[in-house]
Design a protein around this ligand. Structure first.
Ligand SMILES: [Zn+2]
Length: 378
């Protein structure tokens, strides 16, 4: 069995500010066999490759809390959602490879177009998840299916649209019937000041989806929709760029996690020089994005201070970052005021907790290799 010994590294697990130094780690068959002091390693297995890891830091496998595997991103990211199904699947393969090579072991997919393929109709991300099961060169995927919107929000045909509260519940359960692991609502509507759904309507979805053993999250970038999500007791809120102190307190009290995606705004700032799209390139547009970034940092700070669990995501594909840029969100979280170990938690085990996957984003010594629960570096 091939084994590799990483000798004399530092180790950060995202559980405390303590950085362990002088650590050696033996990896065997893709798992952590043991973690020991570098000056007391004991025997190395015969044929073991030794890597001098001095000056390196070992961290858990990363969890991208907000990704769109089937979409390529870039400044025309919404238009790319209308690409042919084969293209979406090919894009996902490329994104999965980028994630794997950049240390992302778990991808939480929060929306992909719904298409006919493989003999049925469902979100393309669900098929991608199933294709990648058991592949070591791809992340583990948990997929929300497709976005559920009120009409007039995103381009027609891209999402499942609901007209009223009954249709909203039916659309949510329909995603679970399709094979989604959790449900994603869209709580930005055509009018930014008004939530497209009431807390009572969203609460019915929460009840119905929880009854099926799954979780519910929602895209909510505006304060109006974010407040409704908090009142309805969703499991998490995506983006949350306009959280105020009241909503932060409510989220903490009801156990609603925040999935931050500040990377999006940073990538939009680069479009000021790489595109001629007015909302990015003109001075007004640029200053609006800068204001929004500052507001997003403030929101993350308030939520964190109130005790809300913070999970970090790139929003690659749905926004404009790329699949191997999760460290960008780590930097954003530190800029927002989290300690570096807390920001590491946000892109590792906090994402695992939100997914309900206790092994995700965790680094630990494996059980004996004969045990079926012997898994680490996940
Ligand atoms: Zn997104």
């Amino acid at each position: 069995m091939p084994s590799t010994l990483y000798r004399d590294a530092a180790l950060a697990d995202g559980r405390s500010a303590h950085l362990q130094v002088g650590v050696s780690l033996l990896a065997e068959d893709g798992r952590v066999r043991w973690i020991r002091p570098a000056d007391d390693e004991g025997e190395c297995p015969p044929g073991c490759e030794v890597v001098d890891a001095g000056g390196s830091t070992i961290i858990p496998g990363l969890v991208d809390g907000h990704s769109h595997l089937t979409l390529p991103g870039g400044s025309h990211w919404i238009a790319r959602g209308s690409d042919p199904t084969d293209t979406l699947i090919a894009v996902a393969e490329s994104n999965g490879e980028l994630q794997h090579r950049s240390g992302v072991r778990w991808a939480r997919d929060v929306g992909s177009p719904r298409r006919a393929y493989d003999g049925g109709e469902r979100a393309v991300s669900i098929g991608v998840r199933d294709r990648w099961r058991g592949r070591r060169d791809r992340p583990y995927v948990r997929a929300a299916g497709t976005w559920i919107t009120v009409a007039g929000t995103l381009p027609a045909g891209l999402t499942v649209e609901a007209r009223d509260g009954d249709a909203l519940v039916a659309a949510a359960l329909g995603q679970l019937d399709d094979g989604a692991d959790f449900v994603k609502l869209y709580l930005d509507g055509p009018d930014p000041e008004t939530s497209p759904w009431t807390a009572a309507e969203v609460g019915r979805v929460v009840q119905a989806v929880h009854a099926r053993g799954a979780k519910v999250t929602a895209h909510a970038s505006r304060l109006s929709g974010t407040r409704v999500c908090a009142e309805a007791g969703l499991d998490s809120i995506e983006h949350g760029f306009e959280i105020d102190a009241d909503v932060a307190r409510l989220m903490a009290a009801r156990g609603v996690a925040l999935v931050t995606t500040m990377t999006v705004m940073k990538s939009w700032l680069t479009f000021a020089t790489t595109t001629s799209i007015p909302r990015f390139a003109e001075p007004d547009g640029r200053s609006r994005i800068l204001d929004r970034l500052e507001q997003a940092r403030h929101s993350a700070r308030l939520a964190h201070a109130a005790g809300v669990a913070i999970v970090g995501g790139t929003d690659f594909g749905g926004g404009s970052a790329r699949a191997n840029q999760l460290p960008w969100e780590f930097e954003c979280l530190v800029e927002a005021g989290l300690e570096p170990w807390q920001a590491l938690a946000a892109i590792t085990w906090r994402g695992g907790e939100l997914l309900g996957e206790p092994e995700a984003g965790v680094i630990r010594e494996a059980a004996p290799p004969t045990s079926p629960s012997c898994t680490a570096t996940r």
